[in-house]
Every structure is written in C-alpha cells, then in structure tokens.
Design a protein around this ligand. Structure first.
Ligand SMILES: [Cu+2]
Length: 184
C-alpha cells in the first residue's frame, strides 16, 4: 500500500516533542529508549517493573498514539525473556477486579492515544525465564495489525513503580494484582 510518509513523519515528529517529557521516575533513566515510530504509530514511555524470582509474570506498560487515519490494533508480542507476551485488560468479574487476555488484541483508533498502565490495559510477560532487574532494560517485539512489527525497549523500574494503588510484589492470593494473579 502507498502511504503519505511525509505527512506521517511530520505528525510523528511533532508528537515526539510533546511526548518526550511525559514520563519520569526516580533516576534510572539511562537505559530508557526514546519514542519509537512505526508506520502511523508512535510509542513512548515503555516500562516494566522489577520482579521477584518467584514471580512468574510481569506487566508491561506503554503509550501508543495513532497519528494516522486508519485504526490499528495491537495483536501480540514476543520477548526472549518470557515464554509468551499477551495483551491484557482489567475487568470486574464477580465483584473482583481481575485481568484477562484480549484474544483479538487492543484497538488503537485513528487519531487517538491508548495508554497501557498499571490497573488498566497492559502487556503481560508470561513465563519469565529470569527475574526483571531494576535499572536494566528488556526488548519486546510488538505486532500491530497495520503497522507491523516493532522492537521496543522497556526500562525496568522498581517493583511497584509509578503509583498503582494495588501495586506491590505479592505472591498471589488476591486477584487484583496483575503480576501475581497468573497461573497459566
Ligand atoms: Cu495481565
């Protein structure tokens, strides 16, 4: 297909300026990558959180802006440090906030910004092969329906970083915790 690349590039460039300072945390910024542009998508603020050796899964968080005229969709992901990467949402089931996989992916509507964050939509790194260590970075390949595949660097923040109220490295037992609730 033919795209108006110059227009997309201009739009992406202006967004980069706006998005760059949007996220900050306690110092360990040295490994954090800048915004990534793929097709009409601009991806920024990607981070995950340090895990305990006993933690089977970790959450991934990022901001995705669709600067184009066509809807896109985050379908899937892959990472060398995890057995699987899934797209999850939080949902209330039987009065309990829990998470579930979005089998059809997550819509990234044209002209809109979708934020994956603690307590909301997020990536789930299933079957961690090693603990995630604060201050390091990991690379995750994301697959979008239209924009295709893109590699994104995720900064590893402290366990419980960025203020999610239910966010602490528990070992399970209460369903609201997205990092501990997985058994599959
Ligand atoms: Cu999850």
């Amino acid at each position: 297909m033919i795209r108006t690349l110059s227009r997309a590039a201009l739009a992406a460039a202006s967004l980069l300026v706006l998005a760059a300072p949007a996220l900050s945390h306690d110092g360990h910024d040295h490994g954090e990558a800048g915004p990534v542009v793929v097709g009409d998508l601009e991806i920024s603020g990607a981070f995950t959180r340090a895990t305990l050796p006993s933690q089977p899964a970790g959450g991934g968080y990022l901001v995705i802006t669709n600067t184009g005229d066509e809807d896109d969709r985050l379908l899937d992901g892959a990472a060398s440090f995890a057995g699987d990467v899934q797209v999850h949402e939080m949902a209330v089931v039987n009065d309990v906030m829990n998470m579930r996989e979005l089998a059809d992916g997550l819509a990234i509507p044209a002209g809109e910004t979708v934020t994956l964050q603690p307590g909301g939509y997020h990536l789930m790194f299933m079957g961690l092969s090693e603990p995630l260590v604060e201050g390091e970075t990991v690379t995750v390949t994301l697959e979008f329906e239209r924009a295709g595949e893109v590699e994104v660097s995720f900064a590893i923040a402290a366990a419980g970083a960025r203020g999610a109220p239910d966010d602490h490295p528990a070992h399970g037992g209460h369903g609201e915790h997205e990092d501990a609730a997985h058994t599959h």
